[in-house]
Design a protein around this ligand. Structure first.
Ligand code: GLU
Ligand code: ZN
Length: 296
């Protein structure tokens, strides 16, 4: 099997040393394996994504010596693929509409009988307020899929549809090759329900979500190895479930260490101080950047 990996930045700010590490590592891995390296621009959020950031990141990556083996895929061009995936999940009653605001959710979670809310990959686990609320007591799939409300994954129903493992415990596995969790990673059914819960798969304002788009696009681009930061490790259990629900293959995952600033804090988009463009302006070479992030 050929090795196909990708770098998938969001054009919402400058690339910094952490992105350089992620992109260079994926690129090095693809070249070492004689495989392919692809670029995907994750611009589903029209408020935060800017063409100028996209142009800058493409320039920075080319300067680093990174070459992609196909034209970049832009998520804003892929709306119909996300709608198709949502239609399929809707038809199987894996989704339900939700009209909750952040405030409604906080209020429901703050109710004294609820105890401390679990924080999952997307924040506090949704209390389920809208489950069974908007479909008039029918299966939601008996009506067309609404596009003016958020759509949440019915987690108990979705994970419950998976086979149990050797008749023992139900859950899903993926293969990890990164430094922190190398080996088979198993997420049991109970953790899906209590620590992830009914996540939003389609936001009302842009008709998709990070989780849905990344799964649909990794499959469409034929990605065999997902290389990305350890901050996304917890999200992978969600992606594996979506792959199973949509009949898509599960790639191998490699979650790499995060590049931290001098105080040990991980770099964020707003850390413009570590922007690649700043190092470039100061005369750094691509080899200097490799050294700074600990690559040969
Ligand atoms: N677009 C995401 C980010 O910039 C990365 C997505 C991924 O690699 O799965 O953090
Ligand atoms: Zn709701």
């Amino acid at each position: 099997m050929t090795f196909v990996t990708r770098f998938a930045p969001s054009p919402t700010g400058p690339l910094h040393l952490g992105h350089a590490y992620s992109a260079l590592l994926a690129h090095d891995m693809a070249r070492a394996a004689g495989g392919r390296f692809l670029l995907r621009i994750e611009d589903i959020d029209p408020q935060r994504s800017k063409p100028a950031w996209e142009a800058q990141l493409i320039d920075d990556l080319a300067w680093l010596g990174i070459r992609w083996d196909a034209p970049p895929v832009r998520q804003s061009d892929r709306k119909s693929a996300y709608a198709d995936a949502l239609d399929r999940l809707w038809a199987c009653d894996h989704l339900y509409p939700c009209t909750c605001t952040r405030r409604d959710i906080d209020a429901a979670l703050g109710a004294p009988q609820e105890g401390a809310p679990h924080h999952g990959p997307d924040g506090p686990v949704y209390p389920g307020t809208c489950r069974g609320r908007h479909c008039g007591g029918q299966r939601c799939s008996t009506a067309p899929r609404p596009t003016d409300m958020h759509l949440r994954l019915d987690m108990a129903r979705s994970i419950g549809a998976m086979d149990d493992r050797d008749g023992l415990s139900r859950g899903l596995t993926f293969l990890e090759t990164g430094p922190d969790h190398a080996g088979e990673v198993f997420t049991p059914e109970g953790r899906y329900k209590t620590e992830i819960g009914d996540i939003v798969l389609a936001r009302r304002d842009f008709g998709t979500s990070y989780h849905l788009s990344v799964v649909v696009d990794d499959a469409a681009q034929g990605i065999t190895h997902v290389t990305r930061g350890a901050d996304l490790f917890e999200a992978t259990a969600i992606h594996v479930l979506l792959q199973r629900l949509l009949g898509l293959p599960t790639p191998t995952y490699h979650h790499h260490r995060l590049i931290r600033d001098d105080a040990g804090k991980r770099l964020a988009k707003r850390d413009d101080a570590r922007a690649l463009s700043k190092y470039r302006a100061e005369g750094a070479t691509p080899q200097d950047i490799r050294r700074m992030v600990g690559l040969p």
